[in-house]
Design a protein around this ligand. Structure first.
Ligand code: AHM
Ligand code: MG
Length: 339
């Protein structure tokens, strides 16, 4: 029988071979993975589990919350608060940071998550996901002072782990601890994560782009230029035909790109000129940027590397261009040409 490597085995091997993960971080990743399993069970029930539809509340960004946004947020918060590995958490769905209650021991890590990404796809049975990012709490927070929101404002380069779960035809978990990207598939009968792809690499070139085309009239000139050149096909400046894909779940769009290349863009938009973009730096762009770079791709905001951006606030938004390296560099060059 073929040898199966579970998530636990993979993380222990990683700890022994490369020293990239301390035991605490390994356990933290396992708790997140366990919570994702529970979210997957809820997602899988759909209408049978009374999890579809609106929750009747708004989140901190003023967006209407779906029931599953709230359920996933609770599952992740509860699963992670008692484990002893965290100093605090932050979620796209919570106004400010969630400190570990005094009844539990505290650890040295900070966990950030988008509990349910792609909310608009929940009710139509299209792939959705959970995105997470792990930082280290500043050394003086563990005993000397309580964690504050500012402690989370670290650039993406400071991430010690990141990943996402995708709830699709299969439930998969994609993880990096800064030593490549590995993919695990949930064995639903056994309830275990089994490694199904190792050291995933994104092709440097692509013929596939992902962007919400309905916003075209609001984009900046460099984004319009890039997409128009793709659309021009074989006889245009790119000399090849491009294909377009847009799932409207970042996890699903990034997952496709990890597996077969492509470029994903959610750029600045003239409707809200003061906002840098729609997606969130700390919960979406940084973890996805870390994963994509670890798979040999690139991630920028059109001008700078996403992982180098210094966050100024927890729920900061950012323009996102990520995926196959040569395409991302091209879009970034078009932005430079325009300044
Ligand atoms: P969410 O976190 O509220 O679900 O929003 C993020 C999602 C991304 O997954 C996706 O790329 C984008 O919003 C889709 O936006 P649009 O509705 O413009 O297609
Ligand atoms: Mg979300």
């Amino acid at each position: 029988m073929q040898k199966r490597t579970t998530l636990t085995q993979h993380l222990i091997e990683e700890q022994r071979a490369n020293g990239t993960i301390p035991a605490e971080l390994r356990l933290l990743i396992e708790v997140v993975a366990r919570a994702c399993k529970r979210i997957a069970v809820s997602v899988g029930k759909g209408a049978l589990g009374d999890i579809l539809g609106e929750a009747g509340s708004d989140n901190v960004q003023g967006e209407a919350q779906k029931k599953l946004d709230v359920i996933a947020n609770e599952l992740l918060t509860e699963a992670n608060e008692w484990g002893g590995h965290l100093a605090a958490m932050a979620s796209e769905e919570m106004e400010t940071i969630h400190k570990i209650p005094n009844r539990y021991p505290k650890g040295e890590y900070l966990l950030l998550f988008d509990p349910l990404d792609g909310s608009s796809n929940i009710d139509v049975n299209v792939s959705i996901g959970t995105i997470f990012s792990v930082l280290k709490a500043p050394a003086d927070t563990t005993n000397l002072r309580p964690v504050e929101e500012d402690d989370f404002l670290q650039p993406g380069t400071a991430q010690v782990a990141a990943g996402y779960a995708i709830y699709g035809p299969q439930t998969q978990l994609v993880i990096t601890v800064g030593n490549g990207v590995d993919i695990f598939t949930l064995d639903r009968e056994l309830g275990s994560w089994v490694r199904t792809q190792s050291d995933v690499k994104i092709p440097e070139d692509t013929k596939e782009f992902a962007i919400n085309m309905s916003n075209r009239r609001h984009w900046a000139a460099p984004v319009k230029r890039y997409v128009e050149e793709c659309e021009a096909g074989k006889t245009g400046p790119r000399g090849k035909d491009f294909n377009m894909r847009w799932i409207a779940s970042m996890v699903a769009d990034v997952h496709r790109i990890l597996n077969r290349g492509g470029i994903f863009m959610y750029p600045w938009d003239a409707r809200e000129p003061e906002k840098p973009g729609k997606l969130r730096l700390m919960y979406e762009a940084n973890p996805m940027g870390f994963i994509v770079e670890q798979a040999g791709g690139a991630a920028t905001n059109g001008h700078e590397r996403i992982l180098s951006l210094q966050p100024r606030k927890l729920h900061e938004r950012v323009s996102v261009v990520l995926g196959s390296k040569n395409e991302v560099l091209r879009v970034t060059q078009y932005h430079q040409d325009a300044t």
